[in-house]
Design a protein around this ligand. Structure first.
Ligand code: UDP
Ligand code: MG
Length: 317
């Protein structure tokens, strides 16, 4: 078992592969000597990415190449890579070198000191559009309001994770994967390492706005059923307004200030409107629970057990 696996999803990254290979190999060798593997996942690229990966694998036994059958998206490419890693620790990095691989030794030190996850937190983002910066900042803050497990702001998937985190992640069968959220959901000892994000080495972002919206939806719906509860809150709110409205229309009817039929229509609209919202809210609550059940996430995760006669180490499902 190698000490370290590096996982790199690549989608049309022919321009950066050589430099990626050079920099990641150099830092792996200075950090762990020869005990490493670099797993490159070709996520259905249409350019020369796959032939280049094959060539690297033929010339260097540290390299592992995976080609997915078509473009499955960044998060699934990463999941595929994680599922075949063998290292005691796994270093996740993008192909475009926006996140410096040279942070690896510092991440390893933090893990030696007991961390299970060392995630990079972006202090600066060079060469990214205002739109990307503002949308990312807003997105992580909204997401944190909606979800129960805190997801650290301004982080990507750039991180070092321990073997047990990889195993637990591989054991989470959910289809819509938002990996940085799943990792923070797992808990254990997670620490941040601040760094300045660089410009893309070459090529353009592989995340068009359509993919960003899909990604944001996966994150919000994957980690929160609060949107489903909105109907319930609206139902309660409108229920209170409806009561006041009904009293007002009955009063107007009694003092004879209304045209015939107005009162009955008003009362019916208000009663039915709030009853419908409340019922949708109840259905939403059940759908939310069904949804959470279908994810089949572990109920809890055990970090350590202490007792005087401790024979077996804790075992997670
Ligand atoms: N990527 C992928 N499949 C995709 C889109 C992107 O494997 O469908 C990879 C891409 O090659 C890169 C990483 O995911 O290694 C992050 O993509 P990118 O740098 O384009 O995103 P950005 O940094 O602009 O958010
Ligand atoms: Mg990038």
């Amino acid at each position: 078992m190698p000490k370290l696996s590096v996982v790199v999803p690549c989608f049309n990254e022919e321009e950066v592969l050589a430099e990626l290979y050079r920099r990641v190999t150099a830092i792996c060798q200075t950090t762990v000597g020869q005990e490493y593997e670099i797993v490159l996942i070709d996520d259905g690229s249409q350019d020369n990415t796959w032939p280049l990966i094959v060539r690297l694998c033929e010339s260097d036994p540290h390299m592992v190449g995976i080609r997915l059958s078509r473009n499955h998206g960044h998060q699934l490419a990463l999941s595929a890579g994680l599922s075949i890693t063998r290292g005691e620790r796994v270093f996740i990095i993008d192909a475009d070198l926006q996140d410096p691989p040279e942070l690896l030794p510092r991440m390893m030190e933090l893990m030696d000191a007991g961390a299970d996850v060392v995630y990079g937190r972006r202090a600066q983002r060079a060469g990214e559009t205002w739109f990307k910066k503002i949308s990312a900042a807003l997105f992580y803050r909204v997401l944190n309001h909606l979800t129960d497990a805190p997801i650290p702001v301004d982080t990507g998937d750039f991180r070092l994770i321990s073997r047990r985190i990889v195993e637990l992640l591989n054991g989470m069968p959910e289809n819509h994967r938002f990996i940085r959220g799943m990792i923070s959901w797992l808990g254990f000892h997670q620490v941040a390492l601040e760094y300045d994000r660089q410009e893309r080495l070459a090529g353009t972002s592989k995340y068009p706005w359509r993919a960003m919206i899909r990604f944001a939806l996966d994150a919000i719906t994957g980690f929160s059923i609060r949107p489903l509860r909105m109907a319930m809150a609206l139902g309660v709110g409108f229920g209170v307004i409806a009561m006041l409205g009904i009293l007002y229309s009955l009063h107007s009817w009694m003092v004879g200030r209304v045209v015939p039929g107005w009162t009955s229509v008003m009362v019916a609209v208000m009663v039915l409107g709030s009853a419908q919202l409340l019922t949708i809210g109840v259905i939403g609550e059940y759908i939310g629970r069904l949804y959470v059940e279908t994810k089949k996430r572990p109920l809890f995760l055990i970090d350590k057990i202490v007792r005087q006669s401790c024979e077996a180490p804790p075992k997670n499902p």
